[in-house]
Write a protein that binds this ligand. Structure first.
Ligand code: SAH
Length: 451
């Protein structure tokens, strides 16, 4: 180890900063936040050093920072001069502030940019709520010591608290329940059960998941997932986590929803941390609502983590603005699911609204959709598109009018999850390569753009 790390208590202590530019101001700020009494001087005067516990040289003339460095070191005061390692007796790390937790990363000056990259990675792993968890632990500190005088036992129980349901409750913003869990574990040494997370995995690309979803995947004991979840996403899971597949294939539901609900409840009762992973967003045609109701009815705590829903991912990758000041003032997320061969859609207000319509599960009912929309006045020239496997590198698009899509869908489809999008905003789409969309005015020549 080239440098010895320590954390200084600067509360009420004097710190001298030399410089009169933006660097001095930037250096002074975190010192003030740590409670230091910061004295900023444009030039160095040895008298200013008296009573200081730390000195910083910033944007000041060379002779000043050299004199500062020498005087400080002679007086035994740690000194740092920005970007001048030879004048420093200490270096400042890249820090993550999760008050009261502080994480500091240093490359000992070898590669400060790398230290900052490492900080960014750690930042993603340690959510801001860790600060609240530490504060909660502090609240129970005396009680924990008193109830658990044995150090080894105290460590075991604390580890359980800080990684288990109590921590999950803090992260979900449920502090009162977290405090109750602390009390329960301290009384019994056992957690009172697990917790379920209804997590949106996004459209399939692992880096379109939220940071929260990634963290939970890395912590879960069990992952209960659907068909739409790709390998790239599942790879982020803890290696030894159990995976339970409860996917549904259209028409024959292989696991009944009631059974899934029951499974989630049972796993949580066993004390497991359960991630229920769903494609896109759990609350958009994902039956997340039913699972949440079942969990609430059984008194199992849960948290919902949103995901990038198919409509957003498809639109972004296809360069289609879902809303546009001139072309679409609303977005409707619609299900194309049919009941006894009928589409349960109120077409009249939908057409009157005149915005963008994104139809989930709409391929099978495409002819019914077209007939209903045209019968209620949708212009036959309105642009529409099919997007298959949107938000992944295998995305494919088929552009045209609804008539075109009905005519060519079967030959074009490769049976991946497909979204139907309808509306004038689609005509405002801009492809990544800036090429004009070939379909604008209709009847358009049918064109399929490669992904
Ligand atoms: N909860 C999911 C939707 C589940 S319903 C979400 O928020 O995205 C399943 C339907 O979603 C599919 O039939 C398809 O219409 C759509 N879908 C899901 N993923 C998709 C993708 N990557 N590309 C296009 N459509 C997708």
């Amino acid at each position: 180890m080239r440098h010895f790390p320590i954390f200084l208590d600067l509360t009420g202590r004097r710190v001298l900063v030399i410089g009169d530019g933006p660097v001095a101001a930037r250096k002074a700020e975190p010192l003030r936040q740590s409670g230091a009494e910061v004295v900023i001087r444009a030039r160095f005067d040895p008298a200013d050093l008296v009573g200081c516990v730390l000195a910083v040289g910033a944007d000041a003339p060379d002779e000043d920072v050299i004199a500062l460095s020498q005087a400080a070191q002679a007086a035994g005061i740690p000194v740092n001069v920005v970007d001048r390692p030879s004048l420093c007796s200490y270096i400042t790390p890249a820090t993550i502030d999760r008050d009261p937790i502080t994480i500091a990363v240093s490359s000992s000056g070898a590669a400060p940019v790398l230290a900052r990259l490492i900080r960014a990675r750690i930042e993603a792993l340690i959510p801001p709520a860790y600060g609240r968890l530490a504060a909660l632990a502090e609240r129970f500190k005396a009680e924990i010591r008193q109830r658990l005088p044995d150090l080894a036992q105290r460590r075991r129980v604390l580890e359980r608290l800080l990684t288990g349901r109590a921590a999950d409750l803090v992260f979900a913003g449920r502090e009162a329940e977290a405090a109750a869990e602390f009390t329960h574990v301290l009384a019994t040494s056992e957690p009172s059960g697990g917790m379920v997370f209804l997590v949106g995995a996004g459209p399939g690309a692992a880096d379109l998941m939220t940071i929260r979803a990634q963290r939970l995947l890395g912590e879960a004991d069990v992952i209960v997932h659907d068909r739409l979840i790709g390998e790239a996403v599942l790879e982020m899971a803890r290696r030894d986590a159990d995976r339970i597949y409860v996917g549904k294939v259209r028409a024959h539901h292989c696991v009944l929803q009631d059974d899934i609900n029951g499974l989630l409840v049972r796993l949580a009762r066993q004390g497991k941390k359960v991630v229920r992973l769903k494609g896109g967003d759990p609350f958009v045609f994902g039956r997340g609502g039913e699972e949440a109701e079942a969990l609430r009815a059984e008194g199992i705590p849960f948290e919902v983590v949103p995901g990038v829903t198919a409509a957003l991912a498809c639109a972004a990758q296809a360069g289609i603005p879902l809303t546009h000041r001139e072309a679409a003032r609303s977005v409707t997320l619609l299900t194309g699911h049919t009941k006894e061969g009928r589409l349960d859609v109120d077409f009249e207000p939908l057409v009157r609204l005149g915005g963008t319509i994104a139809v989930y599960m709409g391929v099978v009912s495409l002819p019914l959709l077209r007939d209903g929309l045209y019968a209620h006045g949708l212009a036959r020239t309105t642009p529409a598109m099919l997007i298959e496997r949107g938000g992944t590198e295998k995305q494919r698009e088929l552009h045209g009018t609804l008539d075109d899509l009905v005519a060519h869908c079967a030959a074009w489809s490769t049976n991946g999850p497909t979204l139907v999008m309808i509306g004038d905003a689609i005509g405002r789409g801009v492809a990544w390569n800036n090429a004009a969309r070939p379909m604008r005015a209709s009847p358009a020549p049918l064109a399929s753009l490669p992904a």
